[in-house]
Design a protein. Structure first.
Lengths: 421, 384
């Protein structure tokens, strides 16, 4: 019976209130204070931006100061580079960890809003420190391993998954000079580093000697390997359009015109494929809790599980960050070709490092905003969709996304020939 | 240990022929502690890759000996136990039993009580289908509809609480009518709820049964043919989704159903999506029936008919009602004493579990969850 066929039976009904509730029964829940929520979240964001500024701005500047033992004529010496690399590794771990904390919290809070709940509420302003408390809980738990697990492989699994996510930090440009490793083949590095997590997940699922884990690991490996292909092809289209594999070059080429607009097909393919890479709904089959309990991390607990968890949310930060870098103009402000506030900031210091520093901070904020928007899109899908079945997942990849990404590749070539000669 | 092992109509539990590329079959215990078994059902699955080669359901983990306990109680004392059988739709269980006792002792029910009982019965169907909708989508990987469904279920439960004094274990129906009178706001609450819920149903529709991913997961999955359904004695939405136009509210009307206008909802596909669609359309049907009750019910009058329970030795009866899961039946036999000599409940969920081997074998592992959720079993009712 469709709504149209329903007989209308008089007008006994009272006002149609969406939030109807009979009067006698009521409950009061503590309502979160919006200001507290904003304040708490800002604290976390400021912490992350502060670490990024320290890593890319202040420490290299200090090391290059005249009279510094680590630099000669403004260029770091071999010792200086080594020391900077070690410091930056620790700091970028911190960045990824804080980003994961923020995103876990953001996801929980966003899902709560969608689902008529409050979400984390009690620890910190607006519940902002809930994930920090959770992290302490995970660290302080017993380091448990199943009796029949393969000890080496069991340990290696979460490490590989985490490293795979963490490596992406190295080539990601947060500003024109704010990049740890400005590799010439940055895009290739992203593809290579991303593939590593498939091994981690597969061996984790194998090592725990659990049937659900094995199924989850196999599903994950099949899914990750398959979706690497459209992901790589869509990144390749960008390389063709821009003519470089270097991420800094790619961002600089998008100053006046984002890659998104000629390359909307590869951008779409990248977005869907990155959903699968993050193993987020509707592609969360490897850890489908209603089928496989927890999939490949069924027997992982404590901080070993924490590594999987942090890696998932680190990817939820880094893959959107790559999308923002490659398709959405990275650290550039929108329409920077017409008028660019970062130029104003750059001229403010007139020739000194300070103007560049301000411009870099400004660019960093734009990158984080774009990243947050893409991450929010992913969370929105997570709040809305059920999950696919494994064969439908493969069908979508091999019959849908891969041909589509090839079309995108051809289009990229055509556009390059037309617009760039 | 499991109390009972069911097998398919064909007696087939070992499963299909092996695939040409013979691999080792893995035995996976789905349950009794598993998120998707809706309680404590255990299914021993043999799987080859992602394909199910055998399926054996084990029940009995929630057995509480309801029938035997009820035989040692008086007729009146039996009613609270019925709430605890199918804890999702307690009032429906009560009605089946109450009708049986009323028929045997010849107690008349006043019209007002009939309408109130019918309205609550249909409200209980809405509640039960909401629980199904939420948990089914949870099985398929979507969390949000679950929370929406439980939010609205709570609103319906509030009405029951206001009327009966308890949310899920109301103990409200009694022989000849109702235990207590309704409160003055009762019909207003119901009509309000109908208006609210009807407004919000399109949102559910977009989020669940009309969603492309949901359709991809359920269409063509878990096909239950007409023959299979009839041979196994399937009833309720599961049967109606297989193309059988069978509804006890129409075929053996009880309480106020003879006075109400409605059409039986059925579909021909017989897959998981058809079962979902039938249940979803029954939301509209139930709201319509509740409204009709609200407008047609007498505003004044007795809520309980005269007469007392007196059943002679040797008298027996089988009465059934169309519960949210299907035919809820009570077989009652008297020895002339104060309580039933023998009581047997026919629970639709128990019957549905017989089809598990037929539905599961040859399907994907992920489909097992989609099928199990679509037939809507409540383990409290299966094990009793």
């Amino acid at each position: 019976m469709s709504p149209k066929d329903r007989p209308m039976l008089g007008r006994l009904s009272l006002p149609q209130d969406r939030h109807f509730r009979p009067k006698l029964v009521g409950y009061t829940a503590q309502k979160p204070n919006p200001m507290a929520v904003i304040f708490g979240y800002s604290l976390l964001y400021i912490a992350m931006v502060a670490v990024l500024i320290l890593m890319y701005g202040i420490i290299p500047w200090l090391m290059r100061l005249p009279g510094s033992p680590f630099a000669q004529d403004g260029v770091l010496t071999a010792t200086g580079t080594l020391i900077y690399a070690m410091t930056a590794a620790v700091l970028s771990f911190l960045v990824v960890a804080i980003a994961a904390l923020i995103l876990i919290l953001a996801l929980r809070k966003y899902l709560a809003i969608v689902q008529n709940r409050h979400g984390p509420l009690h620890y910190g302003p607006g519940g902002a420190f809930q994930t920090i408390a959770d992290a302490f809980k995970l660290v302080s738990k017993e380091d448990f391993m199943p009796a029949k697990a393969d000890a080496w492989v069991y340990t290696l699994g979460p490490i590989m998954v985490f490293i795979s996510a963490f490596l992406l930090m190295a080539v990601l440009p947060f500003g024109k000079t704010w990049v740890l490793a400005p590799l010439e083949a940055g895009l290739l590095f992203i593809i290579a580093a991303g593939t590593l997590s498939a091994y981690g997940v597969l061996i984790a699922g194998w090592s725990i000697n659990n049937k659900y884990g094995l199924l989850g690991g196999l599903r994950a490996a099949a899914q990750l390997v398959s979706y690497e292909i459209p992901l790589s092809i869509s990144l390749l289209s960008v390389a063709i359009w821009v003519g470089s594999l270097n991420l800094v070059d790619i961002v600089e080429a998008q100053r006046s015109w984002w890659t998104l607009f000629p390359l909307i097909v590869p951008a779409f393919v990248y977005f869907i494929a990155s959903l699968a890479e993050i193993k987020m709904t509707p592609f969360d089959l490897p850890e489908a809790e209603s089928e496989l309990v927890a999939g490949f991390h069924t027997e992982y607990s404590g901080m070993r599980f924490g590594f999987f968890f942090v890696a998932e949310f680190a990817e939820l930060f880094l893959l959107p960050a790559i999308a923002a870098t490659v398709f959405l103009g990275g650290y550039h402000q929108p329409l920077a070709g017409l008028w660019d506030f970062s130029e104003v900031l750059r001229n403010l210091g007139s020739g000194t490092q300070f103007g560049n520093f301000l411009a870099d901070i400004y660019g960093l904020l734009w990158l984080l905003i774009k990243t947050a928007l893409v991450a929010w899109l992913i969370m929105w899908l997570r709040a809305t969709l059920p999950r696919f079945r494994d064969d439908q997942l493969m069908e979508l990849c091999w019959k849908g996304l891969i041909p589509l990404s090839l079309v995108g590749l051809v289009l990229a070539v055509v556009f390059r020939l037309i617009f760039k000669g | 240990m499991s109390a009972l092992t069911l097998s398919g109509a064909s007696g087939r539990v070992t499963g299909l022929e092996p695939l040409p590329h013979q691999t080792n079959t893995m035995v996976v215990n789905l349950g009794p502690q598993h998120p998707a078994t809706h309680g404590v059902l255990q299914i021993v699955l043999g799987i080859d890759g992602e394909r199910v080669t055998s399926a054996t359901p084990h029940i009995g983990f929630l057995h509480r000996n309801h029938e035997k306990i009820e035989e040692s109680r008086s007729y009146e004392q039996v009613i609270p136990y019925l709430d605890r059988m199918d804890y999702v739709s307690g009032l429906q269980n009560e009605l089946a039993y109450v009708l049986a006792v009323e028929s045997l002792s010849g107690i008349d029910v006043p019209d007002r009580a009939k309408y109130i009982r019918t309205a609550l019965f249909e409200l209980n169907r809405v509640i039960s289908h909401l629980v199904w909708l939420g948990t089914y989508l949870l099985d398929l990987g979507a969390i949000t509809p679950f929370l929406y469904a439980f939010r609205d279920r709570e609103k319906a439960l509030d009405i029951i609480e206001r009327t009966c004094g308890a949310r899920m274990l109301p103990n409200y129906f009694t022989f000849g009518g109702l235990r207590r009178d309704i409160h003055p706001q009762f019909w207003h609450d119901l009509v309000d709820f109908c208006a609210y819920f009807e407004n919000i149903l399109p949102e559910y529709e977009a989020l669940t049964i009309e969603a492309p991913v949901f359709k991809a997961r359920t269409q063509g999955v878990g096909l239950m043919s007409k023959e299979l359904a009839i041979n196994h004695g399937i009833s309720g939405p599961n049967l109606r989704a297989s193309g059988v136009n069978h509804d006890l509210r129409k075929d053996q009307p009880y309480d106020a159903y003879p006075y109400l206008e409605f059409e039986v909802i059925s579909r021909d596909e017989g897959d998981a999506w058809a079962r979902s669609k039938v249940r979803f359309d029954e939301f509209y049907q139930s709201l319509n029936l509740i409204r009709q009750c609200a407008y047609k019910a007498p505003r004044t009058g007795a809520i309980k008919g005269k007469g007392r329970v007196k059943i002679d030795e040797g008298q027996q009866i089988y009465r059934s009602v169309e519960g949210s899961r299907g035919q809820l039946g009570v077989y009652l036999m008297s020895d002339g004493g104060a309580g039933p000599y023998r009581i047997k409940h026919r629970s639709p969920s128990f019957v549905v579990l017989q089809t598990i081997p037929d539905l599961f074998i040859g399907q994907k592992f992920a489909d097992v969850i989609a099928i199990l959720g679509s037939v809507d079993v409540v383990l409290g009712e299966v094990d009793r």
